[in-house]
Design a protein around this ligand. Sequence first.
Ligand code: NAP
Ligand code: FER
Length: 342
Amino acid sequence: MSDPTDGAEDNRVWTLARRPTGTPTMDCFDFETRPRPDPGAGEALVRTRYLSVDPYMRGRMRAGESYAEPWDVGAPLEGGVVGEVIASNGTSFEPGELVVGNLQWADYVAAPDHALTRVDVGDLPASTALGVLGMPGRTAYFGTREVAEPRPGDTVVVSAAAGAVGSVVGQLAKMAGAYVVGIAGTDEKTAWLRELGFDATINYRSRDDYDAALAGAAPGGVDVYFDNVGGPITDAVFEHLNVDARVAVCGQIALYNATERPTGPRKLGSLIATRARVEGFLVSDFSARYETATADLRRWVEHGDLECRETVTEGLENAPEAFLGLFEGDNVGKQVVRVADA
Ligand code: NAP
Ligand code: FER
């Protein structure tokens, strides 16, 4: 049998070719072939199964500091990866174990013990460790329960509702007894949201009268708004907030490719009479409780109480395209890239 660590094979790696202005394009990425890494002392060799593409990575393409470190020009891109340990050079991991980490967009990576976390997805696909059982699922879990706090009878509006975070938020809000309105960009997505139990949906790409759409979908006004997008959709929702409404600011994807910051204030005047509370959050604020969240989410998925969908792009070579598709609404549910089979 051949030694899987003999370094004979090549390793394909995506690097950042240049920083984009506005909407990123394929020429921002370079696909290189490098030698397969040898795990040094205290490192494991991980073979990538799936990698995650996420909206926040647009921020990593910028030079400025943010909550995520910028990617360096010329250096490998990195993000959420689930992979299999194929060799261990003095780590606590055994070959065959499934791990997640913030790792390179590559076929193989050598990583130290502390950069890897063992995952147990049970009978679910390994990719769920990047979706409902990973960062987006936890974002929905804490953002809904700790920030948005829907109560029975509340009207909850979720934007990017058919995405990785939004689709889970809507289902958790239903579990909390709320009336849930989902906003998404295609009829296929809104049909899926209805299957998930959303009470009303708006396809924001098929109409521009957002105000009338919200009046129809949420006639009693909005008690909770889980904002994944910002921009004109959020402006419209702000006009429908009820007294004591809560707005959880999770993401602003509609603005991530903007070349200038939008001028403000936008609709903040609506917060005065409503005394609404607007609160931003990062999933990492809740890192001490990730295990509880993942255990709950896994149990709900296994019992059929929570449905999750994934859009799987085949092949490491197509990872940038999958990433760019997030800004076009190409994904339903969590967007992942399959790099290698089990
Ligand atoms: P996602 O929703 O699975 O994918 C992005 C979706 O955004 C697209 O499918 C698209 O769906 C929608 N979209 C793209 N451009 C848009 C635009 N201009 N206007 C309105 N909708 C647009 O992504 P996700 O991973 O679940 O993330 C959702 C949001 O949560 C992002 O803003 C992300 O940055 C944020 N987030 C925040 C945290 C945190 O800790 N605060 C953690 C994770 C994610 P449509 O077809 O509906 O347009
Ligand atoms: C994190 C905090 C926030 C993280 C991702 C985010 C990968 C995403 C934020 C966003 O999309 O706005 O620790 O880990």
